[in-house]
Design a protein around this ligand. Sequence first.
Ligand code: PLP
Length: 436
Amino acid sequence: MEQQLVQQLPSTGVGSKLPHLAECVYLDYNATTPIYPEVSEAMKPYIYELFGNPSSVHAYGQQTRAAVDKARQQVAGLINCSPDEVAFTSCGTESDNWALWGAVMARRGSSSSSSSSSQQGLPHVVTSQIEHPAVTACLRSMAEQGLCTFTAVPVDSQGLISVTDVVSALTPNTVLVSIMHSNNEVGSLQPVAAIAAAVRQAAPGCLVHSDAAQSMGKVAVDVQQLGVDLLTLVGHKFGAPKGVAALYIRQGVQLANLLSGGSQERGRRGGTENVLLLAGLGAAAELAQLEADATAAHMRSMRDRLAAGLLAALPRHLVRINGPQDSALQLPNTLSISVKGLSAPSLLQMLAQKLAASAGAACHSSHGPAVSPVLQAMRLHPDYAVGTLRLSTGRHTTADEVDRAVTLIVGAARKQGLEFGSSGSSSDTANGTAAH
Ligand SMILES: Cc1ncc(COP(=O)(O)O)c(C=O)c1O
């Protein structure tokens, strides 16, 4: 069965070119991935023929119930948990909100101090300064409503969170620690396993959540190895459609329901299952597991080719690469590169029909601050921050696309009047490993 998924469409695997990505080079896989061809195939029966409500006992319901069960098993296989511990949601934001709100409300419900209006009695959450808005905005909103307090720990200049900082932020009221598995802008992989172990020791009973939206399909995510209680994964970051995600809820963890309704998701989240999207999520999870090494190696080689090409062509003294220097602490697909004197938003505007990439995170690029909170937290100088491009490669990135992207970016930088001088293309600066 598993082999069928990959062999069905032999010309569509890792590294293959997708015809609909021909015109505009797509280097924005951290914003969203294209739906992988095998995933699209797996969804087809549920667009038209197989339509029953999975809660119905008749034949039509049984067909879609089987699809939902299969998807749950596929997702559980990817993160190494029991299918009963996987709850499906509508997006990463919902999974994150559910983990935070659910943990806080469960504690308020079970604690006699829940009626206390004093700040001291409120449940407390520890998070970081570089979380996605799905975490930070939710916590801010809960704090404004007087439901909890929270502490956001800083990061170092490489975008890494320290275990000691997290432990130091714990208070007797801390009910949850929420630290992302990897960062969407600079690709830093956080020491989640070490954080979970330290929290367990310092604050028994405190839950640990990790937003692994950006990690799925790029690096191994094993909830047993991580030791987390809650984990967010998001379909459209690894080849499934948008609008489907999951929350891992370790067996025995008390979480208040965000959506109350029918008995779906074992009574944890009402609402008729989105069978079509779940078939896609399951297929993407199975593919990610089957192809883990090949996909990571491909993304890495494309990312490194991109970095080497840009470092060779741009004035080296004006360029810096953001994120961990140790490649073991970085996502294999993400290149955050800053060019002093460049306006990344203008460059992307200029190239909008030819190159798809981001200046900061896509989710807040249209109405957010010019300098992203992540780069601010890393204390990147504003001259570099404004010239920061986030380029992210993926399963279907080709060498030709990477080379075209380098030419386009360098050409646009020249048009912006960037001073290339004589060092611009000298070969001794063409070292993709020089800066990270
Ligand atoms: C780290 C991270 N968490 C959460 C989300 C939110 O996912 P969604 O847009 O599906 O709600 C994203 C999406 O960009 C993300 O990158």
